[in-house]
Design a protein around this ligand. Structure first.
Ligand code: HEM
Length: 408
């Protein structure tokens, strides 16, 4: 969001209206609910199809079918869902991935960007002149993909600006900000700025949320007792599936603890965006840091340090069940746990992320009994989330999950 602090503050002011409590309740919640419903519906349809293919007929009740499971790669399906939700709220239409069960080229390219940015940033830092050569040595296919991505985003921004002018989505909030009579031309956000920022914005809201959900599921599938406890909480809170909505899910305490603990084990913003110390230097956390030093909070290291957490590799949601002092492990320093950052650059979409994460898990755990699917995939070899690579974001291995229609 902007290259300078002043530029950042201006863009943040323009977007902040999109994240008010009213927007969360009236605009975001129905969109999130609509896509999560579609997502769950796709899994049910897969189970139904599998049941019929394995000897069932549509005349029989589904409970009697020999096979009532479906196996899905959650990494892909979570990406379909979160990008569709952000796409709808940004461009007025989704990427159509949840409905089709297929990735969209735009999303695939965006997912490769983390690695690209990491490479460019490293070249820039260590061998700055080489970075200038990068555009000459970059393969034509990569340049074509980048051009496609930029053009597609620009077209979508322009299309969105032409219609639904009063829709109170992410872009609608910026338009409202621009239309305030007191705003000077310099303060307003230009179309070019929107074209440049919307791709990052969608990525910031989708990849992170899907990563968080992925690590939560990854850990739950390894911890049957915790899975049962959270499933019991969800199933006893709601009688019917259609009662599960964003507002009601916010009251599920154990589910929230499970999500926090998953994020602690595998923070989506794993390495953190670095900042450069200005001037001669500054005192940071009680230590003098010379000017020009790159500083970042390495969330993974901070959340896995024994100085901060007892048994840091252990998935133990009870840590977050304050004020239950007995359950909370004595040595945990929860103040360290700031996955959304703090200060002027703190995540603008955290309430949105929470709404999405709680609803996805509640609907999934309510409707299905889940287990790790037996496959030959590399995932089976990933015993610890931290074994996976990161290039700014996690490069996640597939996570095959078996979904079975709930029996109780
Ligand atoms: C679990 C999910 C999420 C996590 C862990 C997360 C984490 C973060 C972090 C750590 C930052 C600060 C980056 C920096 O160092 O500057 C950030 C910024 C940001 N996030 Fe999130 N985020 C999540 C979800 C979302 C969602 C759902 C949205 C939008 C719908 C969003 C939009 C943004 C934006 C626009 C910024 C830049 C804010 C600024 O520079 O002022 N994020 N996020």
């Amino acid at each position: 969001m902007g290259n300078s602090e002043a530029g950042h503050a201006r863009l943040r002011r323009a977007f902040i209206g999109a994240f008010s409590d009213t927007a969360t309740k009236e605009v975001h919640a129905p969109v999130i609910e609509k896509y999560v419903h579609l997502w769950i519906g796709q899994f049910k349809a897969m189970i139904e199809k599998n049941g019929k293919e394995n000897g069932g007929t549509s005349a029989e009740p589904a409970e009697t079918w020999t096979n009532t499971t479906a196996t899905v790669d959650m990494i892909s399906w979570l990406n379909f869902l979160t990008f569709d939700i952000s796409g709808d709220l940004s461009f007025g239409e989704s990427f159509g991935s949840t409905a089709r069960g297929e990735p969209h080229a735009w999303v695939d390219i965006a997912n490769g960007y983390g690695k690209g940015i990491a490479l460019i940033a490293s070249l820039n830092y260590f061998v700055a002149p080489l970075q200038k050569l990068l555009r000459f040595v970059m393969p034509a296919s990569v340049r074509r993909k980048m051009a496609y991505h930029q053009n597609w985003t620009a077209q979508k921004v322009r299309k969105r600006l032409e219609f639904k002018k009063d829709r109170a989505d992410f872009m609608g909030a910026v338009l409202k900000y621009n239309n305030q009579p007191v705003k000077t031309k310099e303060e307003k956000v230009s179309i070019q700025e929107l074209e440049l920022n919307m791709a990052t914005f969608i990525f910031a809201g989708s990849e992170t949320t899907s990563s968080a959900l992925a690590v939560v599921l990854f850990e739950l599938l390894k911890a049957p007792d915790i899975l049962k406890r959270v499933q019991d909480e969800v199933r006893s809170a709601f009688e019917r599936e259609k009662d599960i909505d964003v507002a009601r899910c916010s009251k599920l305490e154990y589910l929230s603890a499970v999500i926090n603990e998953g994020i602690r084990i595998g923070p989506p913003s794993v390495i953190g965006v670095p900042r450069v110390v200005k001037g001669h230097g500054e005192e940071v956390c009680g230590k003098w840091v010379p000017g020009g030093t790159y500083l970042a909070v390495n969330q993974y290291a901070a959340f896995h340090a024994t100085a901060n957490f007892t048994d840091p590799s252990k998935f133990q949601p009870e840590r977050f069940l304050t004020p239950d002092a007995d359950a909370k492990t004595s040595n945990d320093n929860l103040a360290v746990f700031q996955p959304f950052l703090v200060g002027r650059h703190t995540c603008i979409g955290q309430k949105f992320a929470w709404a999405e994460m709680r609803l996805v898990l509640a609907r999934l755990l309510f409707a299905f009994d889940i287990s790790r699917a037996e496959t030959n995939s590399a995932t089976v070899n990933v015993g610890d989330w931290g074994e996976q690579k990161t290039f700014i974001f996690w490069e996640k291995e597939p996570l095959h999950v078996s979904l079975k229609k709930r029996v109780s």
